[in-house]
Design a protein around this ligand. Structure first.
Ligand code: B16
Ligand code: MG
Length: 218
């Protein structure tokens, strides 16, 4: 039985940081007179910071200089950091800690594969950093999901082949990335949205240990 790599996305899988991204982007959008709604925010899930800004500027048909864009990216991130500052373990999504504990108890590899450049401080704040053998985040990759770079790098660092890697993702682009890399894709969220996922669960409360056990043995 070969060792498996369990690769977790961060936002929408381990914690719900989307609400903080929304607050920070909305503040910026307001200052630029751009209407930015929670529905628009859905389109930013799993998307890089730079691409998120482009999408928001597109909503308001705002043309901007590189200098302004850089200034706004810094401003947004500073606001976002001030919101996540107060995060603690109460923000871990249901049954995530228990799932991580079970995987570790079974001596399998655990990695983070996230687009966020703030992944480490967030894991530290919610007290989950020690569960991860490997962290690959927005600081380490050049290609955004659906490019599988972030997951392929994570599996490589764990010394596990793509075929033995399992990815937990809440975004369509992330599921596609896992599928492109021949990894097992497990959607966390709405199965009508995450149609391309091999398996899909509304959240980790619906995934029992026997399911993980089967993944380890197969
Ligand atoms: P940052 P994930 C993603 O996290 C978020 O879903 C996305 O909304 C955000 O723009 C991106 O991280 C970059 O985040 O500004 O912190 O670098 O879902 O890939 O864990
Ligand atoms: Mg996500």
């Amino acid at each position: 039985m070969s060792k498996k790599a369990f690769i977790f996305d961060l936002d929408g899988v381990i914690v719900d940081t989307a609400k903080y991204h929304f607050m920070a982007w909305q503040k910026l959008a307001e200052s630029l007179d751009i209407l930015f709604t929670p529905e628009h925010n859905e389109e930013l899930k799993g998307v890089s910071r730079v691409r998120s800004l482009e999408i928001i500027l597109g909503l308001g048909r705002v043309e901007a200089s590189e200098e302004d864009k850089q200034k706004w990216l810094i401003q947004k991130n500073e606001d976002y950091l001030s919101y996540i500052e107060k995060m603690d373990e109460s923000e871990i999504l249901p049954n995530v800690r228990e799932t991580l504990e079970f995987i570790r108890r079974n001596n399998q590899g655990v990695a983070l594969g996230s687009a966020s450049k703030n992944a480490r401080p967030i894991l530290e704040k919610v007290g989950l950093l020690h569960f991860f053998d490997v962290i690959v985040d927005g600081n380490d990759v050049t290609n955004a999901k659906p490019d599988p770079e972030v997951f392929v790098r994570a599996a490589q660092l764990l010394g596990v082949s793509n075929e033995n890697a399992i990815v937990f993702e809440d975004s369509v682009a992330g599921i596609q990335a896992a599928n492109i890399a021949s990894m097992l894709s497990i959607g966390i969220g709405d199965k009508n949205v995450l149609k391309e996922a091999e398996y899909c669960f509304p959240n980790f409360l619906y995934m029992d240990n026997s399911f993980i056990e089967t993944l380890i043995k197969n």
